[in-house]
Design a protein around this ligand. Sequence first.
Ligand SMILES: [Zn+2]
Length: 235
Amino acid sequence: MRKKNKFLTFSYDDGVTQDKRIVKIFNKYHLKASFNINSELLGRPGYLRRETMWIGHNKVEPREVSELYRGHEIAAHTLTHPHLPELSDEEVIRQVEQDRINLERLAGQPVYGLAYPGGGPTHDERVVKLIREHTGIRYGRTTISSYSFDVQDDLLQFRPTISHREFDRMMELGERFIKQAVSEKPQIYYIWGHSYEFDYYDSWDLFEEFCKMMSGREDIYYGTSQEILLHRGEL
Ligand SMILES: [Zn+2]
């Protein structure tokens, strides 16, 4: 059978309770995602203030993790969501590797992925080198959009295509991705965000429309970050 060369994946951060709703949408359309979790923050209640709105930012319970995300990937997001460039070498390694180990235990599956926590400069050369040399992490997703489907060489500083916050551009890129002929070169459409943002933008229905549009296509492989970034050649 001919290998598929178009790959679609999603990546959602923070392990908030709105993930329950987005998992249902992904499952309905047979889409795959990676969920990036701070293991020491699991079970904590909270709110985020966004201009005039308060948005629930409650973390899922540790005991819910393996069932909730079944069929998807669980990846690290550090223990407590610090700004990694400000930490000592030892603390960078602990924040990443201990989160990875905790999540392997909770999820009952190997954890190889990381999404860097925070916005702005979430990482630097030192942080990337520490992760490469001292942890079991094999890919690290940044928050910098590439607006591209091209394969990238540096998997520890992987740039997603776009955030769902840029909804119109995400739709345009989706239409382009669907129309694009299968070529020799693999193409990856990689979307990231936080599921609580759908509450804030009131965009659950729009996002579901997008998922529906992208789903069920014979020439697209639907997989997790781990599958696509680490095992693309074998799929
Ligand atoms: Zn985060």
